[in-house]
Design a protein around this ligand. Structure first.
Ligand SMILES: [Zn+2]
Ligand SMILES: [Zn+2]
Length: 297
């Protein structure tokens, strides 16, 4: 098969666009989608980029570190060590290789130093608790380095799964928060890969020789997400463009909804933004280590 834009051999058939693309035109397509998303976000000053060492965050950092410094934006990669033996050490090696290759400033923080816990030691629901602690620590780290926004590697598949999960649970609150502006104390999130399918992110990483860690975390991402992923993949294969339509649909609803500005309070213990008297992070830490109840994180 040949590329529909030139006569070079195609590396990919995009079912949803009907195009065969060669290596060069595929890379240009990915970069065009990232640029479009960045223009919408109007980033200024310093941008923190969450770097896990996996393909999504590695591609995000590679493309952004090529585009943004030219526009006067400083990029700082931020990595969280959750304390997952075997997995995290290898991922950090890949991250180190990438930041060296790109010449990007790199900051790291661990659950152990900030919260006094390792996810390895958590017995119940380690994955969901880890997610809460990781979001919280990424936010703190981004604030510490003076970033105006934090970019994460969420791709089209991640976003479509999250949207459908929220629909299926009837969780309209969470659905509406997906597009809401950042609250005081929370660094604004940007997702440059939001419109790029997971398979294309992986292909881009391979074709560009970006160092990535291919291991999956030993803690599963939840049964429900896996079910939703399978359903979406099945529907997408028969109706190409479904994942894109799903997240565009929510964005259109968000544009139509009048949303009251939602002010966050402060956590009574750590001072971070909180909906209740304690922030989610402090609640999670209480569950993991009740004995630490009075120790400030
Ligand atoms: Zn081509
Ligand atoms: Zn707190």
């Amino acid at each position: 098969m040949k590329c529909d834009k030139c006569s070079a051999p195609a590396v990919l058939f995009q079912k949803y666009s009907g195009l065969h693309l060669c290596k060069k035109h595929f890379a240009a397509d990915v970069e065009k989608k990232i640029k479009k998303e960045l223009r919408k976000e109007r980033i200024e000053g310093t941008l923190a980029v969450a770097l896990s060492g996996g393909k999504d965050s590695a591609v995000t950092l590679s493309v952004l570190s090529d585009l943004l410094p030219r526009q006067g934006i400083e990029i700082i990669a931020v990595t969280i060590d959750e304390g997952i033996s075997g997995y995290r050490d290898k991922a950090i090696e890949s991250a180190a290789e990438l930041v060296t290759k790109l010449g990007v400033r790199w900051e790291m923080a661990s659950f152990e130093e900030y919260f006094g816990v390792r996810i390895d030691a958590v017995q119940e629901r380690p994955c969901s608790l880890c997610g809460i602690l990781r979001r919280s620590l990424l936010n703190r780290l981004a604030k510490t380095v003076g970033a105006s926004a934090l970019a994460t590697g969420h791709n089209l598949d991640d976003e479509a799964q999250t949207v459908l999960m929220n629909y299926l649970r009837g969780d309209t609150g969470r659905l509406l928060r997906l597009g809401s502006p950042a609250k005081k104390g929370l660094v604004r999130r940007v997702k440059p890969l939001k419109y790029i399918p997971e398979k294309e992110v992986a292909l881009y990483a391979i074709l560009k020789g970006i160092p990535i860690n291919l291991d999956e975390c030993k803690f599963s991402a939840g049964v429900f997400r896996a079910e939703v992923r399978d359903v979406l993949n099945e529907v997408e294969s028969r109706h190409p463009g479904t994942k894109y339509a799903l997240i565009r649909g929510v964005e259109r609803i968000l544009q139509l909804t009048h949303r009251e500005p939602f002010e966050l309070g402060q956590c009574a213990r750590c001072g971070e933004p909180a909906v209740a008297s304690l922030c989610q992070t402090c609640e999670v830490l209480d569950k993991i280590q009740p004995k630490n109840r009075d120790a400030a994180p």
